[in-house]
Write a protein that binds this ligand. Structure first.
Ligand code: CA
Length: 534
């Protein structure tokens, strides 16, 4: 078509305007340690508790990804993967003890370049001052549940209240009055909850008091079939979850009955010491009678495990309830501001979690409960409301690419994930990945989960605990709870050999040349025998 000068000008003008109008705002709501099976819409065994009506409402308006996985199941590294679009060995943040290099390429900086305004409120967990954000207020380290400090560009301030509510307040205020409303925005609302040590808001302290939380089928798993590393971890409800430190039994000012106090002074105790008199009274009014009932019943052995599980699951779900209410408030704010139709809303969490599954709490493993991440996306006019994607494997590795694609920004070639926009549009790309790569590095460390890497396909999982030269293989279709390690079953030898080849291809593809050597026998023997039981 031949265009005259006069016909080209209105074409260009129209094109520019429609491009700007099409670029959506992005609201990324992110929590810490919220397992998919603690979300009603994921239909897990906690669904009967109805833990998340607002997140379920978001799912009813968007798409829920069932095959959603992290690359390294731990807090800081997951966030670094999200910002960089690169695996841990490429972005450099492999363990929580690392410091993130904020000078590297991260998607918020790239969104700023194409005209987005960006903000982050809540938990960063990457140390250092955030870069790539026009506005920010982040918790130092893990942050505190009650009356937390926040670090802002102006310095450090303490804000009264519960952390989940404070982070929501900051985000709502920014949406209403803080942002440059001439620009599309990327707002990251990153909650501390429901991370350990689980301290719910005052209004949730008695939630679930009158019900029994369902128990996972694997609460009393003894890991008979696993490779040895699963038996020398330290994240059991039975032997490692501490009544005082984790569950706040008899936690009150002046309580000196437990030597663990000094060791953990910066956490629960520390937070308790800065609670206001009113907050403390509400806490003790709620937990005093529960503690008295515990002492009267004096449960032992398996009964004690069941009691600890109930206390733990209730406090965890009480913290989840606060996050769910935050999602509701944020969605209502978008509606009040009449920007909900042009705002993508995402709910995710940095990894999954064990809620008594396999007898555990915490995360780290490549087993299903901690490998899976919730990922729900509402995108009016693009995503089919109430849809579920149960076939495509997605990872936090894909988020940066997806956000850039939504904004019409170029995706740098050194990012390692894929834009999920085609999937969000309901397309079924023929060349989508058929396996994911995983690598966890933090050992020896808290909870003592050995380093491992592995591959998961739609039907199988192969993992290598390389320091101990141990392998595990699971047939997920026939054994979704991963109770039967079939690595030494000759019937699977062909499949295992195939997955080993594919695993090596993934390691090459992602250029993971980090050290995966077997440790000397003497070291292995020492580590197998070491246990730091509380
Ligand atoms: Ca986490």
């Amino acid at each position: 078509m031949k265009l005259s000068c006069c016909s080209l000008i209105p074409f260009l003008f129209f094109s520019t305007v429609s491009f700007a109008a099409e670029r959506p705002n992005i609201l990324f709501i992110f929590s810490d340690d919220h397992a998919p099976h603690a979300i009603g819409a994921y239909n897990g065994w906690l669904k009967s508790v109805d833990p998340t009506p607002n997140i379920d409402r978001l799912a009813a308006q968007g798409v829920l990804f069932e095959q959603s996985f992290c690359t390294n199941s731990i807090c800081g590294p997951s966030r670094a993967v999200i910002l960089s679009g690169k695996h841990s060995h490429k972005n450099g943040f492999m363990n929580n003890g690392n410091s993130f290099d904020w000078n590297q390429q991260i998607f918020p900086k790239l969104l700023q370049k194409v005209g987005y305004t960006t903000a982050i409120f809540g938990k960063s967990h990457l140390k250092g001052e955030p870069q790539g954000f026009d506005d920010w207020a982040v918790l130092p380290g893990q942050g505190l549940y009650y009356n937390p400090d926040l670090i802002t560009p102006k310095g450090r301030e303490r804000i009264e209240g519960h952390c989940t509510d404070i982070v929501t307040d900051l985000a709502v205020e920014w949406l209403k009055h803080g942002r440059d409303d001439d620009k599309p925005f990327m707002l990251m609302v990153q909650h501390k909850a429901p991370h350990r040590n689980w301290m719910p808001a005052e209004r949730h302290l008695n939630l679930y008091d009158d019900i029994d939380i369902p128990q996972p089928n694997t609460l009393f798993d003894k890991w008979h079939d696993n490779a040895p590393p699963a038996r020398f971890q330290e994240l059991e409800i039975d032997r490692h979850m501490h009544l005082t430190f984790d569950l706040f039994v008899d936690l009150h000012p002046g309580f000196e009955g437990n030597a663990i106090r000094g060791r953990y002074d910066k956490s629960a105790w520390h937070n308790m010491q800065r609670m206001s008199p009113g907050q403390l009274k509400a806490w003790h009014d709620a937990y005093g009678p529960k503690d008295e009932a515990f002492h009267r019943a004096n449960p032992q052995a398996d009964e004690l495990v069941r009691w600890k599980y109930q206390r733990y699951a209730k406090n965890y779900l009480r913290c989840v309830k606060g996050v769910d209410e935050s999602v509701g408030r944020l969605m209502e704010t978008l509606e009040d501001l009449d920007i909900d139709e042009n705002t993508v809303v995402i709910y995710s969490s940095d990894q999954g979690f064990y809620i008594g599954d396999h007898g555990w709490y915490d995360k780290r493993w490549m087993y299903e409960e901690s490998l899976k991440m919730p990922f729900i996306v509402k995108w009016p006019g693009t995503v089919e409301p109430g849809s579920r994607n149960s076939t495509h494997m997605v990872q936090n590795l894909d988020y940066a690419e997806t956000f850039l694609d939504m904004a019409g920004a170029p995706i740098p070639s050194d990012m390692q994930g894929k834009s999920l926009v085609p999937l969000l549009k309901g397309e079924k790309p023929a060349d989508w990945r058929e396996s994911i790569y995983y690598h966890y590095y933090e050992y020896p460390s808290v909870h003592m989960v050995p380093r491992h890497y592995g591959i998961r396909t739609a039907t199988h999982k192969l993992m290598r605990f390389y320091q101990f030269d141990e392998w595990e293989f699971y047939d997920l279709e026939n054994d979704p709870d991963e109770l039967a390690n079939e690595y030494h079953n000759p019937d699977h030898a062909g499949k295992i050999a195939e997955l080993k080849r594919e695993l090596e291809q993934l390691r090459e593809y992602y250029q993971d040349d980090s050290d995966v050597g077997v440790m000397p026998e003497a070291w292995q023997a020492e580590m197998r025998g070491s246990t730091r039981l509380n």
